[in-house]
Design a protein around this ligand. Structure first.
Ligand code: SF4
Ligand code: SF4
Length: 332
């Protein structure tokens, strides 16, 4: 991203004067931009922002390049860092090799240690693939053994080479449902106050406050926009294609792009749920799942989520207990 694009992005976004202006830096691998790029971003935020304007930054990274310099910076400006770690070494290193084909597990664990030393706030993002999804107990023991406090499980599913298929490394709805149920049981035994798991937090947020923190279960796809390195803006990071291109921030203000017709019509698509979802007992809490997951096997948004069966299994298994836990947390 050029200096000009960076400055335009920050100027436009801060001009919107939101209660908190949240920047989430993602790639590819965002640390490849180099630390100086992010130092410049913070300088611009400080120079352009109004007195007292709240700004937050988050970085989603494979953590391979995080060293002491990075950690000092992330800690100083209280960035929230999402670190990708897919479980114990034999799971993580199966898919996560560097460009030269070398394993990365040891570097990631070492980066987590550095984050701790420098008091960097971080959470761990676990991509659930065909291998680690079968081992919820091993994953739970591994992450709690590392004393991880914030976890996010992201189910991997990608359309396969032939119509109506998914790739070999994708997970099935049955696998995801079984995984979530087992993780939920372990979490309740372990102590909900000791470990935050994003999907559970989102559901409890819904139960207590009526709104999800995870857009997959929300009413519309309107939480954010994506800005690419060249200033092109898109509706969502799963829909970086011409149909969902909002325009360029170099030509048009971000506010105008975010209020524009393309964005509004994309946002509304999520609320057009399938007939199966309309009559589903979990409709209010699930809202048909992420739009991307509805289009995995069929390209016309007329199906429930690819993970429908997983969600039904999980909600049936957990909702009564989650409601009690959410009520206790809310009472505190
Ligand atoms: S497509 Fe999925 S990830 Fe993107 S905004 Fe909608 S729900 Fe969120
Ligand atoms: S559980 Fe399945 S049918 Fe029910 S709302 Fe979610 S995706 Fe739709």
């Amino acid at each position: 991203m050029s200096d000009e694009t960076l400055e335009k992005m920050i100027t436009d976004f801060l001009k919107l004067d939101m209660p908190v202006s949240s920047f989430a830096w993602q790639g590819g691998e965002p640390t490849l931009m180099g630390l100086d790029f992010y130092k410049k971003a913070v300088e611009l935020q400080q120079a352009i922002g109004k007195n007292g304007q709240a700004v937050s930054n988050a970085l989603q990274t494979n953590a391979v390049l995080l060293d002491a310099n990075w950690c000092r910076f992330l800690s100083q400006y209280e960035w929230l860092v999402g670190i990708s770690l897919d479980g114990p070494k034999h799971f993580h290193d199966h898919y996560r090799l560097d460009h030269a084909g070398n394993p990365t597990f040891d570097k990631v664990v070492s980066a987590i240690e550095k984050c701790r030393q420098h008091k960097v706030q971080f959470n761990v993002l676990v991509l659930l693939n065909d291998r680690n999804v079968t081992a919820p107990d091993e994953l739970f023991d591994f992450f709690t053994g590392m004393n991880i406090r914030y976890l996010q499980f992201v189910p991997c599913v990608e359309t396969g080479p032939s119509a109506g298929s998914v790739t070999d490394f994708s997970i099935t709805p049955e696998q995801f449902g079984t995984f979530l149920c087992r993780i939920f049981d372990r979490w309740t035994e372990y102590g909900p106050e000791k470990l935050s798991i994003r999907i559970l937090d989102s559901i409890m947020n819904y139960l207590v406050r009526g709104g999800h923190s995870n857009c997959s279960f929300g009413n519309s796809c309107n939480d954010y926009i994506v800005i690419e390195h060249n200033g092109d803006a898109f509706c969502c990071d799963f829909f970086v294609d011409e149909n969902c291109k909002l325009g360029s921030i170099l030509d048009t203000d971000i506010g105008e792009l975010a209020r524009g017709k393309t964005k509004r019509s994309f946002a509304r698509q999520k609320s057009r749920i399938s007939n199966k979802c309309l009559i589903c007992r979990h409709n209010a809490i699930c809202r048909g799942g992420c739009l991307k997951d509805r289009l995995i096997l069929n390209d016309n948004n007329s199906d429930p989520s690819y993970f429908c069966q997983a969600y039904k299994q999980f909600f049936d298994h957990s909702l009564a207990r989650l409601t009690q836990i959410a009520a206790k947390i809310a009472a505190k």
